[in-house]
Design a protein around this ligand. Sequence first.
Ligand code: 4NP
Length: 154
Amino acid sequence: MSLKVLTVCLGNICRSPAAQGILQAKAAAKGLDIVLDSAGTAAYHLGKKPDTRSIAELRKRNIDISGQQARQIVQQDFNEFDWLLVMDKSNLKNVQAICPPEQQHKVRLFASFALNSSMQNDEVEDPYYGGDEGFAIMADHLEALADGFLETIL
Ligand code: 4NP
């Protein structure tokens, strides 16, 4: 059975779709059987494609996330997924608050998988209100964390 991973942010249009795309690409390159999806804690952008700036930044890295559609996290996700990887501490608090006690171990700050232990408490900062450069920084950070995650679970 495949490992199932859900990436989670606030709006599900900037960070978690990018994290999904990057993890998917890296897992495929390593021949790993991982099923990915993403969700937001909020319902602001239901059904929308990722932010055009996330799509553009990932396209530069040969990853196409334009087919994704925003959705909100639901209770079933806690049964369905092996890992729920959240981008920041506010996401962590919000997801932990709705997660059944027996599934809490699945919910982790994505940065907790950073290979550099001094970076394991970091947040993947929300680039939504900033400029394009924030999306490049986000994608660099997500690439490093995806490497850390895949190395850790292998
Ligand atoms: P995301 O970024 O959580 O990385 O998708 C955001 C997208 C939209 C909003 C906030 C953060 N918003 O307030 O609409």
